[in-house]
Write a protein that binds this ligand. Structure first.
Ligand SMILES: [Zn+2]
Ligand SMILES: [Zn+2]
Length: 358
């Protein structure tokens, strides 16, 4: 029987342990993949910090590209009906909507399925669906998509779970209106995905608030028209800067992708009349803020939350073929992915990050 080395978080704020546990052949409907690329998400960092409760030892990592090693009985296609075979590259997030609950079938919103995270934060001794592992076992019903041969894997994994997350969030927002002013709080992968989609969606001014400077430079290359260094400014000066660049009104759309609680109250101050505030980055950042509800009421403002993603949002990045990819390359020289795509085989303790910024 195969074994798979996996990076296991046993206790917060301690080095991850490398466990080597058996991994059986895939059961009916399962697919076994050898992990080739795994992204680092801010949620991994939140778990390591102890900001999210650990259910027990878990395998971190939930953004993966791997090559099919073995298929269980009756698995002949990916989740979109594309034929697959051993050796194919696939892209997956360990989301597992059940399609048998109120959220899945009545709301038609699998991101709200109570079961969708069940395979991700499971006992680390079980065959991993997490991606900080040599092998991952995609359970029957888990969503995955074949990556076409003409699509660079680095371009797919570079935004990890951030791009599917932002694709869903933009859908919930209703898109950015042509020429609208946009402020993005945060310049991690989620923030950068927001910049890219806002630019493609026709935004006018796109201001990014964040740090460090390398990330802000990347935001500019992806379409930001103005950046504000979080570390060199205070909240009042940032609010003034946004007012100054929006005719004193505030932004039409503010997108929270900072992953930090104080960003929320600051973001509300950045929203202009009849503006929209999209909350995307606080999924794993518990906490409360003081809020004057009147500010939302009297500004005709809308606050929109968006959690996780749905299968179609995962499908899009796996199908961004050469034409779309080339657009990104021409704007970025394509170092996209390098700052946060850190884990490749072979697994060693030193290869596992203990810090990241979202
Ligand atoms: Zn993530
Ligand atoms: Zn469900």
């Amino acid at each position: 029987m195969r074994t798979a080395k996996r990076a296991v978080l046993v206790q917060p704020r301690t080095p991850v342990e490398i466990w080597d546990e058996a991994i059986p052949s895939p059961g009916p409907g399962d697919v076994l993949v050898a992990v080739e690329l795994a992204g680092v998400c801010g949620t991994d960092h939140h778990f390591w910090l102890g900001e999210l409760p650990l259910p027990g030892p878990i395998v971190l990592g939930h953004e993966g590209i791997g090559r099919i090693v073995e298929r269980g009985a009756a698995v002949s296609t990916d989740s979109a009906g594309e034929p697959i075979e051993e050796g194919d590259l696939v892209y997956w997030l360990p989301l597992h909507p059940c399609h048998r609950c109120h959220a899945c079938t009545i709301l038609e919103d699998t991101s709200m399925c109570h079961n969708t995270l069940s395979v991700l934060f499971q006992d680390a001794r079980l065959p991993p669906t997490g991606t900080y592992s040599e092998y991952a076992q995609l359970k029957a019903g888990q969503v995955f998509f074949r990556i076409p041969p003409d699509t660079p894997t680095a371009a797919v994994i570079s935004f990890g779970c951030a791009m599917p997350t932002m694709l869903q969030a933009m859908e919930r927002l209703g898109g950015v209106g042509y020429g609208q002013s946009v402020v993005v709080q945060g310049c991690g992968p989620v923030g950068l995905a927001a910049v890219l989609l806002a630019r493609i969606g026709g935004a006018g001014e796109i201001t990014v608030i964040g740090a460090p400077s390398e990330r802000l430079a990347m935001a500019s290359r992806l379409g930001a028209t103005q950046t504000i260094d979080l570390d060199a400014t205070d909240e009042d000066s940032r609010v003034q800067a946004i007012k100054a660049s929006t005719g004193g009104r505030g932004a039409d759309v503010v997108i929270e992708a900072a992953g930090k609680i104080p960003a929320f109250s600051e973001g509300l101050r950045l929203v202009g009349p009849a503006g929209r505030y999209l909350i995307v980055g606080l999924w794993s950042a518990p906490g409360t803020v003081a809020l004057e509800p009147r500010a939302v009421n009297n500004a005709n403002a809308r606050i929109i939350g968006s959690a996780l993603s749905r299968p179609r949002h995962l499908h899009k990045p796996s199908r961004w073929r050469r034409r779309t990819i080339s657009v990104f390359h021409s704007r970025t020289s394509c170092p996209i992915g390098s700052p946060w795509m850190k884990l490749r085989k072979p697994l060693t303790p030193s290869a596992v990050p203990t810090s990241s910024r979202q």
